[in-house]
Structure formats: structure tokens, C-alpha cells
Design a protein around this ligand. Structure first.
Ligand SMILES: [Cu+2]
Length: 226
């Protein structure tokens, strides 16, 4: 399956990789800031603790420092704006409707499962289940697949962490994402929007197959009684 990674599954699609890298880029800076703040706090607490000061000691009473006030307002603002811009660029890359796709699949969420319409009469019904693995959504490897999301009843959210970010499947409104997987395998996901009592059963399994295996699979789907 997706592999046991301590944080997130190893990304297998470029957009999953982009999200992973964005997450790491922000987290590493956040961890450095956190450690710096904690270290400074610890230093102040130990260095200026009451027991090492003379009795009745009152620290210097400083009121306002315009430079500092402006500095510590602007610095966090700059950091937050940078994170917003950085994430926004990544989101644009992952969720804009692409036009150079090699394949289009319409993914629609319902209570409680997913349908994958390949546009050639073949529809994979991935009905939700709590007990067993659901029917996989099969894609060919090395193929840029455009995903068009819809909801048929309430809002669902398609999320396979190794492949892409959460994409809402909304009634009456189409959302887009895409995937491109270069290795055969299976990856798991879940509906990520609470959508009713069967929400937990809405597993997602994406299976990538090499083109020849995919063609054989597709031929079998076409031949299957509807
Ligand atoms: Cu759902």
C-alpha cells in the first residue's frame, strides 16, 4: 500500500510532491523559530531568576521602543505573507484545470462512495465499505490524468495524501485536480469531508498500472455486463 512513513506517505505524483515540499519548507522554518523562542525564553528565565537578584530587586522599567514595536510587527507580517504567497503558488499549480491532459476522469462523490467516469462508457463504482478494500480507481502510469470533481448529494472531499491535496466534490460546481504516477502500485485515501453516517466507509484506492496492463483492465471493464 502507500507505505509506512512517519509523517506522510511518500508522494508519487508531482502535485503530491509539491505539497510535501511546501509542508517541509514551512515546517523547517517554523521549527527553527520555535526552538529559537524556547531557547531565548529559557535563557531569560534562568539568567534573571529572582533567587540570583538582590532582595527587593525591581527590573528596569522600560516603556515603549518605537523601532522594536515596528520591527516585531513587520517581521511576522513578512513571514506570514511569504507563507501565504508560497502556498498560493503551490495551490495554483495543483488545482487549476489543466488543458494538456492525456486522459480525463470525472470523479463524483455520493453518500457513500465514489464513481469514476472514464468518458468511454466505463465507470468504476467505488462503493464505500468498512470491512473490505474497495474497488480501485485504476489509472495508467506515466499519464497525466485530469480529475474533474462533482458531488451528487452533499459535499465530499477526495484525498489521497500520496497523490494530491484534498479536493472538494461539490454538488453543482466542478473542482479540478490531476495526477501523474510513474510507478505501478496502490495508494489509499479517504473522504475528507464529514458527509453523513457512512462517511468513514468512503475509502479511496488508486491503482496505477503500466499501459499494457491498463489496456487489458480497460478491455475487461468494457466487456463486463453493465
Ligand atoms: Cu464523503
Amino acid at each position: 500500500m502507500g507505505g509506512l512513513s512517519p509523517i506522510f506517505p511518500n508522494p508519487v505524483s508531482p502535485n503530491g510532491q509539491g505539497i510535501y515540499t511546501t509542508y517541509e519548507g514551512i515546517s523547517v522554518v517554523a521549527i527553527i523559530v520555535f526552538l529559537g523562542v524556547e531557547a531565548a525564553l529559557l535563557w531569560v528565565v534562568l539568567r534573571y531568576r529572582r533567587t540570583v537578584q538582590p532582595p527587593g530587586y525591581v527590573p528596569p522599567q522600560v516603556h515603549g521602543h518605537t523601532g522594536l514595536e515596528i520591527g516585531w510587527t513587520l517581521a511576522p507580517l513578512a513571514i506570514v505573507l511569504f507563507i501565504a504567497g508560497y502556498s498560493f503558488v503551490e495551490l495554483q499549480r495543483d488545482f487549476q484545470p489543466i488543458s494538456n491532459e492525456q486522459m480525463l476522469v470525472v470523479v463524483s462523490g455520493h453518500q457513500f462512495g465514489w464513481n469514476y467516469d472514464y468518458g468511454n462508457g466505463v465507470i468504476v463504482h467505488q462503493e464505500g465499505s468498512l470491512n473490505s478494500e474497495v474497488t480501485p480507481f485504476v489509472v495508467p502510469t506515466h499519464t497525466l490524468v485530469k480529475l474533474q470533481f462533482r458531488g451528487t448529494d452533499v459535499i465530499h472531499s477526495w484525498w489521497v495524501p500520496a497523490i494530491s491535496g484534498k479536493t472538494d466534490a461539490v454538488p453543482g460546481y466542478d473542482n479540478f485536480s490531476w495526477l501523474k504516477i510513474d510507478q505501478p502500485g496502490k495508494w489509499r485515501g479517504e473522504c475528507a469531508e464529514l458527509c453523513g453516517v457512512g462517511h468513514a466507509s468512503m475509502q479511496i484506492i488508486v491503482q496505477a498500472m503500466d499501459q499494457s496492463d491498463f489496456d487489458a483492465w480497460m478491455a475487461k471493464q468494457k466487456a463486463a455486463p453493465k
